[in-house]
Design a protein around this ligand. Sequence first.
Ligand SMILES: Nc1nc2c([nH]c(=O)n2[C@H]2C[C@H](O)[C@@H](COP(=O)(O)OP(=O)(O)OP(=O)(O)O)O2)c(=O)[nH]1
Length: 136
Amino acid sequence: MDVQDETATRIVVGGALIHRGRLLAARRSAPAAVAGRWELPGGKAEPGETEAQALERELLEELGVRARALERLPGAWTVRPGLELHFWAAELLAGDPRPLEDHDELRWLGPAELDSVDWIDHDRDVLPHIARLLES
Ligand SMILES: Nc1nc2c([nH]c(=O)n2[C@H]2C[C@H](O)[C@@H](COP(=O)(O)OP(=O)(O)OP(=O)(O)O)O2)c(=O)[nH]1
């Protein structure tokens, strides 16, 4: 690996998985800094993966579902230096999400319930875009 690779910013992709007009929210079980707070499931893109591929892989690993990444949502957030968070809308293709890794509870939220869980701060910023997707 060359120096440029070692210093490159990694991307974390969070998926706004929407099904039948509701958004899937996931409560993190670790690490301690975010445990108990709610997020959009996903994870870090591996070298060579597109963001869409990374999200689809993470949703299969974490939730046991097949999903398709649809479009990137506006914005980018620095989780920590060298780690940047992007959000994508995604649709459920097959399976019933289960909290297999990293989460201890899942909840489908309707448009009027988006504010009902304790989101990680970055995730709260993207809720207005998700609200528009749920309305359309
Ligand atoms: N997956 C995800 N991570 C988020 C969100 N919001 C947010 O601040 N984060 C932070 C929490 C973590 O510090 C980091 C993502 O790490 P992760 O643990 O999900 O990534 P990963 O599954 O690939 O983890 P790893 O095992 O490779 O460490 O981004 C979000 O909506 N989804």
